[in-house]
Write a protein that binds this ligand. Structure first.
Ligand code: SF4
Ligand code: SF4
Length: 473
């Protein structure tokens, strides 16, 4: 019998929905088996147990605990494969070499794949057999979501995204907040234009905590003369379906953005400073849309700005100070954008002191992949952050900059929790405050380099239910 009736403090897993154990197990197995296509099968058969992935994972390095080795994190997934789908599944079953998964195993596993994996892909890079453990963890989460075995806080955000249009709130909440930011900072922010060339999206994190960042980004888009708009019925960049394993929600959130961009005649959909939002939209959108996405480019904001710099359309007054850069793993290692933030830092006249390691080899912030949303993971996350802190200190740089809202929020919280005298800044905020422009200056006094982050969030208050978007017509 599952331990779900134990007090929360006595267990390291959460249980969603009221289901008998047999149903949870069956749902998990169905979810796993659905993922055992040729790619997963080849990964599953390829591991030579060399252990190189362990040395790549910040959670293992920070704790020395073997349960945090990447290959261990996919063990129940592998066991399910050996029992149901592997080439020797029949023999394993006959000889009892692949015992049935138990509910207790799955409960213990919840911590490993939701608390101690950011799906950052550093282990993938290290694996000599090319096994994409980050992808396998993502696939394993599909079964865990179906079994209702995921952290409470992540489930809460999924529920909000299902019930409203976004974990932030309703379209009305969004319009109200954007109008407030527009007024506070004196920056024009087009809303719900019937036709526009660019559909701009935002993260709930920025809408709740970083209005200055939204204002600077809008100011840059205006300076570039783009024909852009927010759409209050398709503003959400993040995808909590992708993070939680809720495939239906993942598809709906993605298709909503694509349908809206097409409806307003946009040629470009811009993903803001977010990592997993970039991965979910850029690499997976066509799968959910059900066809190639023709006539619409999905671009990250740092790509758009770096291109503008290189075309001579965006120039900055030089900052003339040293900087080190945290590479967000979904944008850089798994997203192909390593050069872009470096173009922006150069345009700012900053002297870059690279972290060791950096670029595609950089360590994750520790909060991606839904880990930040999962409060019980904080102690482990703080241990992993020590690696980043040491690297930043060793760089000797004055500024510590990144290009992802979630990395920024994660590391701001970590910095505060450990009492470190350092501030993390956004490269977009720096561009927005130092660009040479005829745009009116920002009205807010908060505009010190990098901009101020609000302490408290704007509560989501709306009641409007979301509409389910239709797939490709
Ligand atoms: S994807 Fe990242 S966090 Fe997850 S096991 Fe691999 S290195 Fe560790
Ligand atoms: S690095 Fe690859 S082959 Fe080696 S143990 Fe890890 S997953 Fe297996």
């Amino acid at each position: 019998m599952t331990d779900q009736n134990l007090p929360k403090s006595a267990r390291n897993f959460d249980v969603q929905r009221n289901l008998p154990d047999e149903v949870r197990l069956a749902n998990a197995m169905d979810g796993f088996v659905a993922e055992f296509g040729p790619t997963a099968a080849s990964y599953m058969n390829a591991c030579v147990r060399c252990g190189l992935c362990a040395e790549a994972c910040h959670f293992y390095l920070a704790t020395d605990d073997p349960k945090y080795t990447p290959i261990h994190k996919i063990k129940p997934f592998e066991e399910a494969y050996n029992r149901t789908s592997g080439p020797f599944a029949w023999l394993n079953k006959m000889l009892g070499r692949a015992p049935k998964l138990s509910i207790e195993e799955l409960e213990q596993w919840e911590e490993l794949i939701y608390d101690s994996c950011n799906m950052c892909g550093r282990c993938t890079l290290a694996c000599p057999m090319g096994i994409d453990i980050a992808e396998l963890v993502k696939e394993a989460r599909h079964g865990m979501f179906a079994a209702g075995l995921l952290p409470d806080r992540l489930m809460h955000l999924v529920t909000k995204a299902e019930e409203f249009d976004s974990p932030f709130g309703t379209p009305e909440d969004f319009r109200t907040t954007v109008r407030q930011i527009e007024k506070e900072f004196g920056v024009s922010m087009p809303m719900d234009k019937e036709k526009a060339d660019v559909l701009m999206t935002l993260t709930p994190e920025a809408l709740e905590n970083h209005h200055f960042g939204i204002a600077t980004m809008a100011r840059v888009l205006n300076h570039l003369g783009l024909d852009w708009t927010y759409c209050s019925d398709a503003f959400e960049a993040t995808n909590f379906g992708y993070l939680s394993g809720d495939l239906e929600l993942q598809g709906e959130l993605t298709v909503r953005l694509i349908n809206k961009a097409k409806a307003i005649g946009a040629s470009t959909l811009i993903i803001p400073e977010c990592g997993h939002a970039w991965g979910a939209a850029r690499w997976e959108a066509a799968k959910w849309y059900g066809a190639p996405i023709e006539g619409l480019r999905i671009r990250h904001i740092i790509e758009v700005l770096a291109e503008a710099v290189e075309a001579g359309k965006l120039k900055c007054t030089p900052v003339n100070e040293s900087v080190t850069f945290h590479d967000p793993c979904q944008q850089i290692r798994r997203g192909g954008l390593e050069r872009m933030p470096r173009v922006l830092l150069k345009a700012l006249g900053m002297e870059l002191h690279e972290l060791d390691p950096h670029g595609v080899e950089g360590f994750c912030c520790g909060g991606g992949g839904g880990v930040l949303a999962n409060e019980r993971a904080e102690p482990l996350r703080l241990k992993a952050f020590e690696l980043k802190k040491q690297a930043v200190e060793a760089s000797g740089a004055k500024h510590f900059v990144t290009s992802c809202n979630i990395c920024e929020l994660t590391m701001s919280k970590d910095i505060e929790a450990i009492g470190w005298d350092k501030q993390i800044e956004s490269v977009i905020d720096l561009i927005g405050t130092h660009m040479i422009t005829d745009e009116p200056p920002l009205k807010s006094p908060a505009g010190k380099a990098g901009g101020a982050r609000k302490k408290s969030g704007t509560p989501a208050t709306g009641k409007t239910k979301r509409k389910r978007p239709a797939k490709k017509k």
